[in-house]
Design a binder for this molecule. Structure first.
Ligand code: PMP
Length: 330
């Protein structure tokens, strides 16, 4: 019989899919690594099992323990899938700007969710960071994975995402493009690809306008899961060869095109990464192979990026609905 021993065993080995329509006018091959094929629907499934394995090994997490983590969604789902069969209690602390569908998903996996006020300073006792720190301190047997500092995050990408891409492209990849949140994906995958190719593969970061990584003024933006206003320990500054700064409007327009033209219903950080990948690919020869990582599924964003009223209310055009025919770029 051929079956998985548990859903947690199906993490990783996500497919590469060629982009055929948004690449109009580009000679290079652009391949998307579609991370929504992971069982929890995002790349974050990869980091969760390794984080829990290491915590158990180091004695930080024992039977009957509780996992406490501030997360806006994907990391919580990944941790839930890894944790629930091991019998841990899960408490996720979520800022209220992400409340709604994402909270419902975490609760569906049996997690307890504490919603906190987004509009307070990190040092405020009501903040997302302070509340999770307090719970981790007060609850006996609590373990906080701390995805912004836990080196098992980048390590899991070094051990899985990088080798998968190298294997599936037969070593022909020339450029790797990814968004940067904790930096785990780009640091781990990029380091592996640099090493295995003797520095031939170029690692390109995609960053929202307003984030710290790509320089320029730090300010708010709407694309979720990427960019930061501080330097996390999981980000390795020696790996990224160049950054592209991408605005919310461009990220969201591309996210909608990916659904309509490629059949890829993905989140806003995927649209952002594809904008950076196309800017990279535009200047390359036909034999270049650009791999862009798409971190999560679009279903969590139906009431925002895919909602015309939400888009208009935030000042974004929805050109695809008014004058652009789906597939017209094909
Ligand atoms: N996109 C989304 C939707 C995410 O949730 C994350 C994780 N924060 C990222 C991109 C960036 O991944 P990483 O944290 O590995 O840099």
């Amino acid at each position: 019989m051929r079956y998985a021993h548990s859903i947690a065993d199906l993490v990783g080995n996500t497919p590469l899919v060629r982009l055929n329509h948004v690449t109009d006018g580009i000679g290079a091959t652009v391949l998307a690594k579609v991370e929504y094929f992971n069982p929890g629907g995002s790349a974050k499934d990869r980091i969760a099992a390794r984080i829990l394995d290491a915590a158990e090994r180091d004695g930080l997490l024992r039977p009957g323990g509780t996992i406490v983590e501030p997360t806006s969604g994907n990391t919580g789902v990944g941790l839930a899938i890894a944790a629930l069969q091991r019998g841990y209690r899960m408490i996720f602390v979520v800022p209220d700007k992400f409340a709604g569908e994402k909270v419902a998903v975490l609760e569906a996996y049996g997690a307890e969710v504490v919603v906190t006020d987004t509009h307070v300073e990190p040092e405020d006792p009501r903040s997302y960071y302070s509340v999770s720190d307090r719970l981790a301190r007060e609850i006996p047997g609590a373990f906080k994975p701390n995805q912004f500092a836990n080196q098992n995050g980048p390590r899991s990408h070094y051990e899985t995402t990088g080798p998968e891409i190298w294997r599936d492209t037969d070593g022909r990849i020339t450029h790797f493009v990814a968004g940067v949140g904790t930096g785990g994906t780009i640091s781990g995958t990029g380091r592996y690809l640099h090493e295995v190719s003797d520095g031939r593969v170029r690692v390109v970061g995609a960053d929202p306008e307003g984030s710290i990584y790509s320089g320029g003024p730090v300010h708010g933006y709407l694309v979720e899961g990427v960019g930061e206003d501080f330097w996390p320990e999981t980000y390795d500054r020696t790996v990224v060869d160049e950054f592209h700064r991408v605005g919310d409007a461009e990220s969201f327009a591309m996210t909608r095109r990916l659904a309509r033209e490629e059949g890829l219903l993905v989140g806003g950080s995927s649209g952002m990464a594809v904008v950076a990948a196309l800017r990279t690919a535009r200047d390359l020869d036909d034999d270049a192979v650009v791999v862009v990582l798409l971190p999560d599924h679009g279903r969590a964003y139906l009431s925002r990026i895919f909602d015309d009223d939400w888009m208009s209310a935030h000042g974004f055009d929805t050109p695809i609905d008014t004058h652009d025919t789906p597939g017209s770029n094909a």
